[in-house]
Design a protein around this ligand. Structure first.
Ligand code: SF4
Length: 429
């Protein structure tokens, strides 16, 4: 059997493929420890393609979408009893474009979740949405059926930059839609903004932040644009029909500017990339996922995690249909996580949501015979990162990320995790 070589990091983790994903899923269900968990539903379709997106699946006709929702509803119903034991803290409808579901389709899926799944009393239910096509009827149906958070991919309010990204709505439509959502006073409204866009200037970013701060939304997810080599955007930049992304120093300056402006506005930090403007925005789904808690996957291409395994559902519509129709979990892959994963996951949670690392707290998840070595390696690495200006020691034995450390949180995370994993390699030598 081949071990997948992937770098440990905040977004991904290596795992050893297992021969029978179905059997592994069953085994993981019986090993379930009943801690915090999330449930992820994937709606793959998008009516148009954003130029930066490498995951575009294509549009769906009404009947294709209805057929998919029927299967997704069956998958949820089939597994409801087996997953009824422990509360679910957060549900995330991701995509794709979940807000493209018809109102009756939202009602169906949310009804199954509410009636058959043990949603925690304070369960956060997020609907990832596009601005385009988000009608009043859809908003009201989502809210009436339990959605208490909308996550909107605004990316930028600047109409010209939006058009470069392939976004359909202009600034006025974006603000009008956000206004309709916030006026209901029924759900957290969180938006995504990107920085490092092709040709983006500090003035444009500051203008975006001013608009955001006066828009009445509850939260912000602030992401750096990654130009994926297989995206339309990469092709356009290469062909010279689109300005290049700014140089690294300018991108850092954009991040710095945003932190300064958001600090000045009194925004509360939820993680190195999430901010809250009022108590309604908890970002529970991302917050709990940051600690790599179990995530129950549903739908085409959905990924999840349970016990010592990570799972990936099939991305092939025909395999999805044939598995779901006979009541099988439509898994394409089950991978066994390496033994260092509890330590790495605790590191991921601290870096993401606390922007700090406490070596003693982290090492407590290692087996007793390795705890000392893990703590020592972490202290060494964090001291080295301090010399590079990425962390700063506190008086209490922990290290906080500096602004540069927050900007470079992903490579910092990988470096710490890879260094810690060596403790297990030495052990097995
Ligand atoms: S809406 Fe999301 S998934 Fe769809 S094309 Fe745009 S970025 Fe990609």
């Amino acid at each position: 059997m081949r071990t997948v070589i992937a770098r440990r990091g905040l977004m991904g983790f290596p795992s050893e493929p297992q021969e029978n994903p179905q059997a592994v899923w069953e085994e993981a269900l019986t090993d379930d420890d009943g801690g915090r968990r999330t449930l992820y539903l994937h709606i793959p379709f998008c009516r148009s393609r954003c130029s930066f997106c490498p995951f575009y699946f294509g549009p769906a006709t009404d009947s294709e979408r209805a057929g998919y929702v029927r299967l997704l509803a069956k998958e949820l119903n089939d597994w409801a009893e087996r997953l009824s034991q422990y509360p679910i803290n957060a549900v995330y409808f991701g995509g794709g474009t979940p807000s493209d579901l018809a109102p009756q389709e939202m009602e169906l899926l949310l009804g199954i979740l509410r009636n058959r799944y043990p949603l925690a009393n304070d369960c956060e239910i997020t609907l990832e949405s596009r601005l385009n096509g988000l009608s009043d009827r859809k908003i009201d149906t989502a809210i009436a059926n339990g959605v208490n958070r909308f996550s909107l991919g605004v990316q930028t309010f600047d109409t010209e930059l939006r058009r470069r990204l392939g976004r359909v709505s202009d600034r006025e439509t974006v603000l009008e839609t956000l206004g309709r959502l916030t006026a209901r006073n029924q759900a957290s409204v969180a938006v995504d903004l990107l920085y490092g866009l092709p040709g983006q200037t500090p003035e444009q970013l500051l203008a975006d932040l001013e608009t955001l701060l006066s828009s009445g939304v509850s939260g912000l997810s602030f992401y750096r644009l990654n130009v994926h080599p297989s995206s339309v955007l990469a092709d356009r930049i290469a062909a010279g029909t689109m300005p290049p992304v700014p140089p690294e120093e300018t991108i850092y300056r954009l991040y710095e500017l945003a932190e300064e402006r958001l600090d000045a506005a009194g925004a509360k930090r939820l993680s190195f990339k999430h901010f809250s403007f009022d108590p309604r925005e908890r970002n529970l789904s991302n917050e709990t996922s940051a600690w790599k808690v179990p995530c129950l996957p549903f739908g085409l291409n959905a990924g999840g995690r349970l016990g010592a395994y990570q799972f990936k559902q099939t991305g092939d519509p025909e395999s999805y249909r044939s598995s779901v129709e006979v009541g099988k979990k439509p898994l394409e892959r089950a991978g066994k996580l390496p033994p260092d994963h509890p330590v790495a996951f605790r590191l991921a949670g601290q870096l993401n949501s606390r922007m700090t690392v406490d070596p003693g707290f982290t090492a407590a998840t290692a087996p007793p015979e390795l705890a000392k070595a893990v703590r020592r390696v972490l202290c060494e690495q964090l001291s080295e990162l301090e010399r590079e200006g990425l962390t700063a020691a506190t008086a209490y034995g922990s290290w906080q990320l500096t602004r540069m450390g927050r900007f470079r949180c992903y490579p910092v995370g990988s470096r710490l995790m890879e260094a810690v994993a060596k403790c297990w390699e030495k052990e097995s030598e």
